[in-house]
Design a protein around this ligand. Sequence first.
Ligand code: NAG
Ligand code: NAG
Ligand code: NAG
Ligand code: NAG
Ligand code: NAG
Length: 434
Amino acid sequence: MELKRSLIAILLVLCTTHRCSTQSTNLSRKSFPQGFVFGTASSSFQYEGAVKTDGRGLTVWDKFAHTFGKVVDFSNADVAVDQYHRFEEDIQLMVDMGMDAYRFSIAWSRIYPNGTGEINQAGIDHYNKLINALLAKGIEPYVTIYHWDLPQALEDKYNGWLDTQIINDFANYAETCFKAFGDRVKHWITFNEPHTFAIQGYDVGLQAPGRCSILLHLFCRAGNSATEPYIVAHNTLLAHAITSDIYRRKYKVIKTRKKKVSRLKNYCILYNRFMDPLFFGDYPNSMRTRVGDRLPKFSADEAALVKGSLDFVGINHYTTWYAKNNSTNIIDKLLHDTIADSGASTLRKFIIVLSLLNDFLIQANAIWIYIVPEGMRSLMNYVKEKYNNPPVVITENGMDDSNSPFTSIEDALKDDKRIRYHHDYLSNLSAAIQ
Ligand SMILES: *[C@@H]1O[C@H](CO)[C@@H](O)[C@H](O)[C@H]1NC(C)=O
Ligand SMILES: *[C@@H]1O[C@H](CO)[C@@H](O)[C@H](O)[C@H]1NC(C)=O
Ligand SMILES: *[C@@H]1O[C@H](CO)[C@@H](O)[C@H](O)[C@H]1NC(C)=O
Ligand SMILES: *[C@@H]1O[C@H](CO)[C@@H](O)[C@H](O)[C@H]1NC(C)=O
Ligand SMILES: *[C@@H]1O[C@H](CO)[C@@H](O)[C@H](O)[C@H]1NC(C)=O
C-alpha cells in the first residue's frame, strides 16, 4: 500500500497542451467530446485516516493492516493522507488541476460502526460536509458505496461476504446513503473491483480479510480458495442487484419529481464473470464448466434481478498483459496437479504471464503494471462489441513510481514517465471514442 499524499492525483489527469508539447500529438480537452468528465479518485481506507474519529467502527482493513507480516513496510492507514481533516485543501488541488469530478468512497463503518443497527450521525455529517464542499467548487461527486472496508463487526458476526446476511445489511447501508446524500449525489457506484476483493481476500489471501487455503496455517489462518471466492462474488452480485432495484424503485422516482435527470450509476469491473451475469443474467459457460459445483447458482428471480442492474460500466484500467495457453508449461502442471483450485490458477497465470511473456514491455513500479496505452483502445472496443456499447466511465487509470527517498523533489515533479503514460492512454481513449 502506498499512502502518500502526493498520490492524490494519479488518476485521470488531464495532460495540458503545454506539458505535452514534446509528445507527438496535441492532446487537450478539445480532443474529447463536449461534456466529457475528467476526474480523480480515491477510497476511504486509503485516504481518510481518522480511524477512531467521530465514532467510526473498525474495518477488516484496520485489522489486516495491524496484523504482523501483512504489510511489507509495516505501515498502516491510521492517518493515511488525512483526507478526513484536509478535504478542503484536497478539493482545492482538484480545482487547480481543472477536475470536473471526484470519485470517493463512503466508509460503511462511519455510517454504521457495527455494520448494522444504529446510524452514526457524525459519519453522515462528515460526508455531507465533503459533498457540499465539492459542489460549492463545481466538482461533481461520484460515490463508491463499498471500497473493501467492511465493518469488522460483520466479519466477526457471520464472516462478512461469505454469508448471505451480508446482502440485506449492505442494501440497508446503501439505502441509508441514498436517503442521506441522494439529493446531491447523482452518480452511485456500488462496488469497487469486486473481483479483486474476492480473489485477493479469499483466494490468494494477500488482502483483507486474508483468507486462503494455499499454505494453510502458515500464510492464512482460515479459508478455502476453491470455493470462497465464488461465494463472495455471488453474494456481491446479489447485493448489487438488490441495491440497484431499491434505488430504481424508490429513489429514482424522487429525483424525477424534482425534474433532475438521474439514474443509478452502477459499477462493475470488466471481467466476464461479473459482466456476463449483469448483462446476460448468468455466469459464462466456460466458467460453469471449469468451476462446476463450486459455482453458486442464481434462481430465476435472482437472475432477473441481476440482469440489467446497471446503467453504466465503471472500468478501472491500468495495464494489459499478453497471455497464452501452454499446457506443457511445467509451473502450470505442477500447480495444477497439486492445488486444483482458483488460487492455483490465479497464481499460475500470474507467474507465467508476467515473467515469460511481457519482459519486453515498459513497467511502472508495481509488478503488475505494464505500460500498454493501446490496451485502453482495444479494451474500449471489446466492451463496445461484447456488451452492446454500454455507457462507460473509466473510474481509475494511472501508474505508480517507486517510493524512493533519494529522488529530489525537482526530479519527482518532472514526472516525465507519468505525463507520457497519461498522454498515450488518453490519446488512445480519444481514438476509441472517435
Ligand atoms: C501541435 O500544435 C502546434 C502549435 O499549435 C502545431 O505547430 C503542430 O503542428 C501541432 N501538431 C500536431 C501533430 O497537430
Ligand atoms: C456496537 O457493538 C458493540 C458491541 O456489541 C456495542 O457495545 C456498541 O454499542 C455498538 N455500537 C453501535 C453504534 O451500535
Ligand atoms: C490449452 O491447450 C490444451 C492442450 O493443447 C487443450 O487441451 C486446452 O483445451 C487448451 N485450453 C484452452 C482454454 O484453449
Ligand atoms: C511452454 O512453456 C515451456 C516452459 O515451461 C516452454 O519451454 C515452451 O516453449 C512453451 N511452449 C510454447 C508453445 O510456448
Ligand atoms: C496509443 O498508444 C501508443 C503507445 O502505446 C502510441 O504510440 C499511439 O500513438 C497511441 N495511439 C493513438 C491513436 O493515440
